[in-house]
Design a protein around this ligand. Structure first.
Ligand code: COA
Length: 350
């Protein structure tokens, strides 16, 4: 870890939950309403199916359910939380913040609450912001939620975008962890010159310079693809160097889940085999700020991510934005044990 301070507490993830909506949307569903086919989608993206929120289910709803999952696994997990960050690109409203709506429903009324808008980089960005809040003495623990109802903001008849995105949420508590564990370093960046590669209109009709935006997500897929491969490779390499690590030290690369070909290119750039990463976009598609916590939660539940392992988190998104983080996984908290899901299932069956 760079610049270690003897008084600086070690911070990391102390609880983790996830939620994906019940409705499964297979690739074949798109064949009826647009010129595409299931095989094209799977071969060009790696996606086989995604989840869509119910008509009356919005981002705060899926976010709350991810927090409830975290509480089921560890009922004490929110103790000491006095700030809530919701990373989202599909907020319920511009105001109130989705974070405030989630806080209200999970017993955290009164905590600081705000949304963070860096699209698919949002969750990892928010981990870094949470760390900063705690180190500045502004919060003791922070609840970070990455939640999206992207199916509501994507034109379901646009084959450029509709096939890629899904809905879901992940929730993590950031707080003190034992020495030797937790966050090491983060690298964050953004370049508004790439704004017209991935956009959604809100108040202004155009971007600076006059680029016209539409009322649903717009994207230049080829531009985003090229940017993503470069951003993941560069930021991942930089953050490893900042932490005094090499790719040989990495147990798991935890990438944003947008397209399996982007992940393959990044792993190739690192000189690492695909067996060193976890992919779940085949089942969920791109859930923007929810992808990284979904991979973490499922990786722990599957017994892949275990105590003391070195993780490299990498993500990119609208902005254009990018982020990378190094973290030693702490598996000591009740919600972070691999068998908690099995225990939960056993309780349900009993
Ligand atoms: N079904 C069938 N054909 C499609 C299609 C679809 N859903 N979408 C595009 N095509 C066609 C194109 O029109 C093009 O046809 P043409 O050669 O006759 O012009 C052809 O397939 C190839 O298009 P191209 O854009 O080069 O495909 P691609 O291999 O780059 O794949 C994406 C397109 C969108 C899957 C890919 O560029 C991508 O994943 N980009 C990154 C997007 C992303 O990650 N966004 C979120 C960022 S957080």
């Amino acid at each position: 870890m760079s610049d270690p301070s003897p008084t600086r507490p070690t911070l990391g993830i102390t609880a983790l939950g996830m939620y994906v909506p019940e409705r499964v949307v297979p690739n074949s569903d798109f064949e009826a309403r647009m010129d595409t086919n299931a095989d094209w989608i799977e071969s060009r993206t790696g996606i086989r199916e995604r989840r869509f929120a119910a008509p009356e289910q919005y981002t705060s709803d899926v976010g709350v359910l991810a927090v409830r999952d975290l509480l089921r696994r560890d009922p004490q997990a929110l103790q000491g939380v006095d700030a809530v960050i919701c990373a989202t690109v599909s907020p319920d409203a511009l105001m109130p913040s989705t974070a405030a709506l989630i806080a209200m429903q999970v017993g955290l009324t009164g905590a600081a609450a705000f949304d963070l808008s860096t699209a698919c980089s949002g969750f990892v960005y928010a981990l870094s912001v949470a760390q900063g809040l705690i180190l500045a003495g502004s919060a003791r623990r922070v609840l970070v939620v990455g939640a999206e109802a992207l199916s509501k903001i994507v034109d379901q008849n646009d084959r450029n975008t509709a096939i890629l995105f899904g809905d879901g949420a992940g929730a993590a508590v950031v707080g003190p962890v034992p020495a030797g564990y937790g966050f090491q370093d983060f690298i964050m960046g953004a370049d508004g010159n790439g704004g017209s590669s991935l956009y959604l209109r809100c108040v202004a009709p155009t971007l600076p310079g006059g680029f016209q935006m539409g009322d649903s997500v717009g994207m230049n897929g080829r531009e985003v693809f090229k940017f993503a491969v470069r951003a993941l490779g560069d930021s991942g390499t930089q953050v490893l160097a900042k932490s005094g690590l090499t790719t040989a030290d990495v147990d798991w690369v935890i990438p944003h889940q947008a397209n399996v070909r982007i992940i393959e290119a990044a792993m190739d750039r690192f000189g690492l085999p695909m067996s060193k990463t976890i992919v779940n976009l085949d089942r969920y598609g791109n859930t923007s700020s929810a992808t990284v916590p979904l991979v973490l939660r499922e990786g722990v539940d599957a017994g892949q991510i275990t105590d003391g392992q070195q993780l490299l988190l990498i993500a990119f998104g609208g902005g254009l934005s990018w982020v990378a983080g190094t973290m030693k996984w702490w598996g000591g908290a009740p919600s972070l044990t691999a068998d908690s899901k099995a225990q939960q299932q056993a309780e349900v069956n009993a």
